[in-house]
Design a protein around this ligand. Structure first.
Ligand SMILES: Cc1cc2nc3c(=O)[nH]c(=O)nc-3n(C[C@H](O)[C@H](O)[C@H](O)COP(=O)(O)OP(=O)(O)OC[C@H]3O[C@@H](n4cnc5c(N)ncnc54)[C@H](O)[C@@H]3O)c2cc1C
Length: 387
């Protein structure tokens, strides 16, 4: 594992840092750091930000130039992610496109799919959602029951998805559907690229505990899509989906470490002048511990990137990283609530972000595989414990 940055990489970081200083939305980092409350306005702001990053050459950093990327490596991708996290920059509306769909199309798609869809993710001409989870298929993803039945030159889709982030703004969906019900459940699944404007698709927004509307229910009622919209082989969707989820767990949240550090330092600025914090040994220990753990998280990120750059698979390490960052995030947000005390519930300016982050952090140990599922993977595949 090599964790040194070359002089060129350090220069790349400095250049991007300067670009961010000059281009972040005005007042970013202040009370308005989440962007507009209105979901449509927020989506427009996020998309505009992603287009600006793309125009400056800071999107698709490690993707091939042939498909609109910058042709650099995961190290430059890590640098961009860290700098975005350091400023808690807007996360974007097309995260599913960038973190899941493009990697899977680049790995398993046809040449025509790569040429058409990948650049459009970068330009935000297409916004993607991920239609995997169903009311009875979350952790047990292989239990997916949405059916895709071949009919002449089409597939006909019927079923329901849930917790589909961004679906209300997305014009495309990567869908996991059952194409063969007569084989064991891990087989007979296929991944499809589905135009969300297809007649027979209905999206119903869900409001989260944060008060924001980010995920949705999606219903398929005899929705007919062209026959060539599968990505990867028919009935091989489980393999493709599992590869995709491993990638999501390992790389998608590289910016989080720097973002958590940003939030943690915001908290320290709020509490450092309070005498009760200085004299409280429990608080002092917690603060030291969080600094150390955020340092560990960065090393885990560097290890992941180093493995990818060296051509090694990510494997079950992805579960260690996912488990660690998600549970650390929740502990930091709980600490914020504890140490801010009465201010936490009072409506004082500058505290909203901690309240929002506490609620939002409830989700991180659920999406991309729950903590229990990560522990199962670590126990069985890394430690060789019995099922
Ligand atoms: C904010 C957010 C965004 C999301 N976005 C998307 C999206 O865009 N697209 C999408 O497809 N999905 C999305 N999801 C869904 C997410 O992937 C699922 O919620 C997750 O996989 C868990 O599935 P479930 O909700 O059905 O819970 P269940 O699988 O029913 O789990 C319920 C509880 O049982 C535990 N459990 C289940 N199986 C086991 C086991 N074998 N061993 C031990 N414990 C177990 C779980 O850990 C959990 O505590 C999102 C979820 C959230 C919270």
């Amino acid at each position: 594992m090599d964790i040194d940055f070359t002089p060129e990489q350090q220069r790349y970081r400095r250049d991007f840092r300067r670009w961010l200083n000059e281009n972040l939305p005005e007042d970013w980092g202040g009370p308005a750091y989440l962007g507009p409350d209105d979901a449509d306005e927020n989506a427009m702001m996020q998309a505009a930000w992603e287009r600006k990053l793309y125009a400056a050459g800071y999107q698709g950093v490690a993707w091939p130039k042939a498909y609109g990327g910058q042709g650099l490596t995961m190290v430059e991708q890590l640098i961009v992610s860290e700098e975005l996290g350091r400023r808690a920059a807007p996360e974007g509306i097309n995260t599913i496109g960038k973190e899941l769909v493009a990697p899977i199309i680049l790995a398993a798609g046809t040449e025509a799919q790569k040429k058409h869809y990948v650049p459009r993710i970068l330009t935000v001409d297409d916004i993607w959602c991920q239609g995997f989870s169903e009311p009875d298929a979350g952790s047990d993803l292989a239990g997916v029951r949405t059916r895709a039945v071949r009919d002449g030159d089409s597939w006909v889709l019927n079923g329901q998805k849930v917790w589909t982030s961004f679906a209300v703004h997305a014009n495309w969906c990567i869908l996991l559907a059952r194409t063969n019900p007569d084989v064991p459940k891990h087989r007979g699944l296929t991944l499809f690229l589905v135009d969300m404007k297809t007649p027979g698709i209905t999206v119903r927004p869900l409001v989260q505990i944060t008060g924001r509307q980010e995920f949705n229910e999606v219903f398929f009622d005899n929705a007919r899509i062209p026959a060539d919209m599968n990505v990867g082989a028919v009935d091989d969707g489980w393999n493709v989906a599992v590869n995709l989820l491993g990638y999501e767990r390992a790389t998608a949240r590289l910016y989080r470490q720097a973002r958590f550090m940003n939030e943690f330092e915001q908290l320290l600025r709020k509490i450092s002048s309070r005498p009760e914090v200085a004299v409280n040994a429990h608080y002092r220990q917690q603060i030291g511990r969080f600094y150390a753990e955020l340092g560990v998280l960065r090393q885990l990120n560097l290890k992941t990137v180093s493995r990818i750059v060296n051509g090694d698979g990510i494997g079950s390490d992805a579960s260690v990283v996912k488990l660690f960052w998600s549970e650390l995030h929740q502990r930091i947000e709980s600490f914020a609530m504890e140490v801010l005390g009465a201010d936490y519930v009072a409506d004082s300016v500058g505290i909203e972000r901690f309240r929002y982050n506490f609620l939002q952090a409830r989700a991180v140990t659920i999406y991309a595989g729950t903590s229990q599922v990560q522990r199962n993977i670590i126990a069985e595949r890394m430690l060789g414990l019995p099922r």
